[in-house]
Ligand binder design. Structure first.
Ligand code: SF4
Length: 397
């Protein structure tokens, strides 16, 4: 426990007791210090199973053995004017992803129905772009009506980009339960991944959606060249925003994007990141999101001991593992799919709602970012989505 011991000393906590301390804090919802969060990321592979087991105690305390399934419907794909360098839909992307404008309400409802039939409890309606026009918001309201006609109880999350307060209110009226808008990375490194909007714009949208009474879903993308300190910064920012759901994405390095060669993650590092998020946000829905198949690979089932939520089937522009394989993995690992009759969040969190640069600069804390491993593009691991929404082929659910 060398790494733990070092940080524990800094945090003035007995080394061997640190994981126990983290579990205790998680069960009591006491905030972690930065040193404690960093200590989780600095653990060795020998310590990994102890870390996962400790995070698992916190996960089971708040969420039992339930796994919430979320299903993505890409309402509008590609041709975005923004330049988020991790994104296959960005300005100038040569990733060859599906490009199409808004799905019609019946097309979106059909795609949504497939996800619900596959076991999804929440539908995530996503559209590429900087943010919606008021007309787009009305369009999404029409899509929600079409979905609710088929399934009144399904939980709807919208993810449409930067939003005004009025638009957030209109979405809430239209039946949206949650709004998803990731912070993605630390404020200090945000300009390394995007120049067309800033970290503050994203924080502003999360705040506005909360003010409108929507459940806030906001997370991060790991593997873009960030340091451990950057990861802790973004997760602490999410904690400060008191979001209900934290999707943890692992970069999908699409060929044809600036990050095509960033293969910096190992399955072990992914698990440490997930555990850190769980300890910092113990009673929040921690969602294993994009990139799990290609980075966690055969260790995916271990992640279920830490997260309580995953996406089912395909992602916005890439293909995930078969929906049936997701369900089999959950059952084999001894977990159960969360039903619609169960409320995801613990009682105290329920609201009164209707239901990176290659130069590795130093960040503001003076922490040098690690050298960035690079590798050739991996077309064998990253499969551009060619089925489901926007195609004539059946979806993966
Ligand atoms: S993340 Fe969103 S805003 Fe950024 S390029 Fe992709 S679709 Fe556009």
């Amino acid at each position: 426990m060398r790494a733990l011991a070092w940080r524990a000393q800094e945090a003035k906590i007995g080394a061997m007791d640190l994981l126990e301390t983290l579990v205790g804090k998680g069960l009591r919802r006491e905030p972690l210090s930065r040193a404690e969060a960093l200590a989780v990321l600095e653990t060795s592979d020998d310590e990994l199973l102890d870390v996962v087991a400790a995070a698992g105690k916190v996960r089971r305390h708040w969420f039992g053995r339930r796994v919430k399934l979320n299903y993505l419907v890409n309402l509008k794909s590609g041709l975005c004017p923004e330049d988020c360098s991790y994104c296959s839909q960005r300005l100038g992307s040569e990733a060859g992803v599906l490009t199409y404008t808004w799905l019609k309400p019946d097309e979106a409802a059909a795609a949504a129905e497939a996800g619900v039939a596959g076991g999804a409890k929440r539908l995530c309606l996503v559209a590429s772009g900087r943010g919606p026009t008021d007309r787009d918001v009305e369009r999404v309201a029409g899509i929600i009506s079409a979905i609710k006609e088929r399934d009144e109880d399904v939980e709807i999350c919208a993810c449409l980009g930067l939003l005004s307060g009025e638009q957030a209110g209109r979405l809430q009226e239209a039946g949206v339960h949650a709004y998803s808008h990731n912070l993605n990375t630390a404020e200090a490194t945000y300009a390394d991944i995007c120049t067309t909007h800033g970290f503050g714009d994203r924080v502003d949208t999360v705040r506005k959606t909360k003010e409108a009474g929507l459940s806030a879903c906001s997370g991060l993308i790991a593997g873009m060249g960030e340091s451990d300190a950057d990861l802790v910064d973004v997760v602490f920012a999410l904690r400060d925003l008191d979001v209900d759901s934290v999707p943890v994405n692992f970069l999908i390095p699409f060929e044809g994007t600036p990050m095509a060669e960033k293969w910096a993650l190992t399955p072990q590092r992914c698990l440490r990141i997930l555990a850190m998020v769980r300890f910092v946000c113990p009673d929040v829905e921690v969602r294993l999101a994009g990139g799990r198949e290609i980075h966690l690979r055969t260790l995916q089932p271990l992640a279920l001991h830490v997260v309580n939520s995953i996406f089912l089937g395909d992602y916005l522009t890439s293909e995930g593992q078969a929906g049936k394989a997701d369900l089999d993995m959950i059952a084999d690992a001894g977990f159960e799919v969360e039903g619609t009759a169960t409320t995801t969040l613990p009682e105290h969190r329920r609201r009164s709602k209707t239901s990176a640069s290659d130069d590795a600069p130093e960040n503001e804390n003076g922490d040098a970012r690690p050298p960035q491993p690079r590798g050739p593009a991996r077309a064998d691991l990253v499969a551009v989505r060619r089925r489901g929404a926007g195609t004539n082929l059946p979806p993966n659910a």
